[in-house]
Design a protein around this ligand. Structure first.
Ligand code: APR
Length: 253
């Protein structure tokens, strides 16, 4: 399916030097992974305060660990979909592109995206909550699937994700802000834009005067700011738009 971008968006795409792709759980929906909110979202049927907070881990480490082991297994069974692959393809279209994701599933990296900022950490790693020692999550689960493994320092291993109430990795977030403040084109893909400070990046891109594109079947609090809104699933919408971007940047292709 060949689609064309509107003239104003085409102009912005043609002149863009710096691009940020900001993604959320929706980009992995077509890989079979749940989103958090909206119909069928994880938080519609589970309580985040019992599963994704430091307090929950202190109160019931087995429950939290088993839930993340379940999510980890689902991530391992999943594969990048056309949306992830299209994002990776953008690296050949624009000189500077950073993928800033809220996802912990590692699918952008598996799709080939190289310049990745994982704002909420990764479920593929674990670390000791006392000495900080890091290890592979699969290995930790293999050692103990029912309870978080105990570290040699006496601490417990936990998934290397950012829980509610925890700060984002400082350097990663600083880099995401800098990339967003200086970008010409900002694509927001599959995020409800409701969780801060990550969602603040959309506001930052708007203030910076970037060309804003949103890919989400549902409206978000920022939809009114968008130069282009695509309301079909990202795996359907992105491939054709990336082709259109390639065409308007390298007319011969
Ligand atoms: N393509 C594009 N967007 C989609 C698709 C799809 N196939 N399917 C669903 N969506 C959209 C939904 O309409 C929704 O707006 O993806 C969005 C997912 O929103 P959330 O579930 O809120 O996920 P996200 O924005 O990533 O959440 C942010 O909240 O729970 C925490 O740490 C967790 O990183 C997560 C953060």
């Amino acid at each position: 399916m060949t689609v064309e971008l509107s003239q104003p968006v085409r102009e912005r795409v043609r002149s863009a030097e710096r691009v940020v792709v900001f993604s959320g759980a929706g980009v992995s929906r077509e890989s079979g992974l749940d989103t958090f909110r909206g119909a069928g979202g994880l938080w519609e049927r589970m309580r985040p305060e019992e599963l994704a907070t430091p307090e929950a881990f202190r109160a019931d480490p087995e429950k939290v660990w088993q839930w993340y082991a379940w999510r980890y297994r689902r991530v391992c069974e999943a594969s990048p979909n056309p949306a992830h692959k299209s994002v990776a393809r953008l690296e050949a279209v624009f000189p500077i592109i950073r993928v800033v994701t809220q996802n912990v599933d590692g699918l952008h990296e598996r799709a080939g995206s190289r310049d990745l900022l994982e704002l909420h950490g990764t479920i593929t790693r674990a670390f000791c909550n006392r000495c900080g020692q890091r290890r592979d999550m699969g290995e930790a689960i293999a050692e103990s699937a029912a309870a978080p493994p105990v570290c040699s320092c006496g601490g417990r291993f936990r998934p290397a994700v950012v829980w509610f109430g925890e700060a984002l990795p400082e350097d990663v977030f600083r880099q995401a802000c800098e990339a967003t403040e200086s970008c010409d084109l900002f694509l927001s893909v599959g995020t409800s834009g409701t969780v801060y400070p990550a969602a603040g990046l959309i506001e930052l891109a708007h203030q910076a005067g970037a060309c804003l594109i949103e890919i989400n079947p549902e409206p978000t609090p920022f939809s009114r700011w968008m130069d282009l809104r695509l309301t079909s699933p990202a795996g359907e919408a992105l491939p054709a738009r990336v082709e259109a971007m390639e065409r308007c940047r390298c007319p011969t292709t």
